[in-house]
Design a protein around this ligand. Sequence first.
Ligand code: FAD
Length: 378
Amino acid sequence: MTGTVVESPEHTALRSAVSALGRRHGPGFDRAALWAEAGKLGYLGVNLPEEYGGGGGGMAELSIVLEEAGAAGAPLLMMVVSPAICGTVIARFGTDEQKAAWLPGLADGSRTMAFGITEPDAGSNSHRITTTATRTEAGWVLNGRKVFVSGVDIADATLIVGRASDARTGNLKPCLFVVPRDAPGFGRRHIEMELDAHEKQFELTLDDVHLPADALVGDEDAGLLQLFAGLNPERIMTAAFAIGMGRYALAKAVDYARERQVWKTPIGAHQAIAHPLAQAHIELELARLMMQKAAHLYDAGDDIGAGEAANMAKYAAAEACVKAVDQSVHTLGGNGLTREFGLARLVTASRVARIAPVSREMILNYVSHQSLGLPKSY
Ligand SMILES: Cc1cc2nc3c(=O)[nH]c(=O)nc-3n(C[C@H](O)[C@H](O)[C@H](O)COP(=O)(O)OP(=O)(O)OC[C@H]3O[C@@H](n4cnc5c(N)ncnc54)[C@H](O)[C@@H]3O)c2cc1C
């Protein structure tokens, strides 16, 4: 599955190199080993600035890396947050010191940063988050709760979205803070998920977490803009994650359908089996095209245009992934549910992209309101 017309030779080369790495590790991979090797080879930091050890590319390149790792059965979920959100936000808005402190490590994979915005009482309504940041003489104090934050245990720090009060208006404005994993008052509880993944999700408590002044990333007064600079990459990368998973499942099903014979032809000759697989292939390809558009717009500096495309790409990729996994499991008959074939575990995993980081319904709300100009219901 290659897109020769829309892809440069460099991108195609990156795709096959990552694919080879992913296949070498394969399903049942050791996450830390793959992460370290991908980092050493420069794949985790392809989007980060060259002067800080990155590849000097953008989301176009980073999304290829995640998609191909996933298509090889070795997805690296933390790529969605560490280089894509945190790396982007620090590279675009961090101070020189913050860039020097974090970017080389995020680029070579020796350091990882998680990202926490979701709160138990806010959910999809991130305007309602209540984690507050109060100024002190030495810096900041954070108080609040987060939920479903991925990989906090394996990350050196978490980029926490809090709110600081505006001295002029008294309104709370979103601000981003780097909270080290072992900061006093920063607690985490593992949430048991029905997901067979290396990365765990956590509920976080921030109980008088004292941070130095330079824990704040970017301008206190431009938090929303900065946040969106990180959330578009997150959506593009979630699309890449979903497309990779969908391709992995589909490839397994196609192999099976070619071989498995219970009548006089392989089951793949029956259109009831072949057509849904062909549809899944088409839908994954279409989703990838929208992901490439979003990455292209983002990398060209068009944050607004990228916002719409990134939402659409995430939506399309999640739906295509859920459908591809469902049809793949079905294609294998009873084997679709065996541990040996490893597809049933993707049934829950494929749902992640439909709900996170922004749900299907919130994207439909966005498109009805922003793209179509229909009235808002909420
Ligand atoms: C595996 C996994 C990993 C995650 N990792 C992270 C992470 O690293 N960092 C982080 O910050 N968060 C993370 N999340 C959280 C994720 O972003 C949220 O689950 C998501 O934003 C939805 O929020 P919620 O779960 O509170 O659902 P809710 O907001 O409670 O929504 C529940 C349902 O109601 C629907 N709904 C809500 N409002 C509307 C509306 N106005 N119109 C129509 N329908 C609506 C939703 O679409 C959804 O179907 C992760 C979640 C999962 C499952």
